[in-house]
Design a protein around this ligand. Structure first.
Ligand code: ZN
Ligand code: ZN
Length: 268
């Protein structure tokens, strides 16, 4: 039987190819090999979000080099100090939006787990990018760590914006709330963890037409690879877990998440 098509809506290929950034100390990996393995697992395309303007050129180059790699541009909430000396950061991002391989604004959002000292700057950055997403009708890839309330409130302040809750970490009720705001729920490797009961419940209760799958690789490897460097091929374990939780077939989840990803990134 043919391998079902799946999509990795969020992976950091730039980190994967850089030896120095590997969280678990793995060697830098040739992205061509990583993409070969992803292809064998059924991954049709993947989206590489950026975390800082310093990486935009690298991410665009990867998207230009590989046909099935797309890019997103933004500033990660834990990297916001990178824009302190750069008044033109928002213009730089806006200028990249016309690139044919740029399909989203991301990643941006709020992270109160790693950094609360720059909460105001995180908010200013997030607000600017939500407004940019609305202006260009592009999805905004939202990073939300320990910041559910503020994230929801800020999205409410920009009516009409749409996007993705990446590496979803809330419960079923929060997922429902975000869907009402036109945000897809993207599950990552942590949904496979045995004690992630809130996430299991969220995956069970979230309608299939609002679910996406991602790896956030090289971070957050799913079971049975927890603690090891992650890569896009492993998105299949996320899809598998969602199917198991919902009590439906792998193929059904693969088809729905592929359709949803094509929709949200306008890759029809
Ligand atoms: Zn993130
Ligand atoms: Zn990420």
């Amino acid at each position: 039987m043919a391998v079902s098509t799946i999509i990795d809506t969020h992976c950091h290929l730039d980190y994967i190819q850089r030896q120095e950034d590997h969280p678990e100390g793995a060697a830098g990996t040739d992205p061509a090999q990583v993409l070969e393995r992803a292809k064998a697992a059924g991954v049709e395309f993947l989206v590489n979000p950026s975390v800082t303007p310093a990486r935009f050129a690298e991410i665009i180059a990867l998207a230009e080099r590989f046909e099935n790699v797309y890019a997103a541009v933004a500033v990660h909430p834990t990297d916001v100090t990178d824009i302190l000396d750069n008044e033109r950061w928002l213009d730089e991002i806006e200028a990249l939006l016309s690139h044919p391989k740029v399909v989203a604004i991301g990643e941006t959002g709020l992270d109160y787990y790693w950094d609360t000292t720059h909460a105001d700057l995180q908010k200013r950055c997030f607000k600017g990018l939500l407004e940019l997403g609305r202006k260009h009708n592009l999805p905004v890839i939202v990073h939300d760590r320990d910041a559910h309330e503020d994230v929801a409130q800020m999205i409410d302040e920009v009516p009409g914006v749409r996007g993705i809750m990446h590496c979803f970490s809330g419960d079923a009720a929060f997922a429902r709330r975000m869907i009402e705001k036109n945000f897809y729920i993207s599950f990552a490797g942590n949904v496979t963890f045995k004690k992630a009961e809130n996430l299991h419940e969220a995956a069970r209760e979230t309608p299939l037409e609002w679910i996406l799958a991602e790896t956030d690789s090289p971070f957050l490897s799913p079971l049975p690879f927890r603690g090891k460097p992650n890569e896009p091929a492993r998105v299949k374990h996320v899809v598998e877990k969602i199917a198991e939780l919902k009590g439906i077939s792998y193929q059904e989840v693969a088809e729905a998440t592929t359709r949803n990803a094509r929709n949200v990134f306008n890759l029809l």
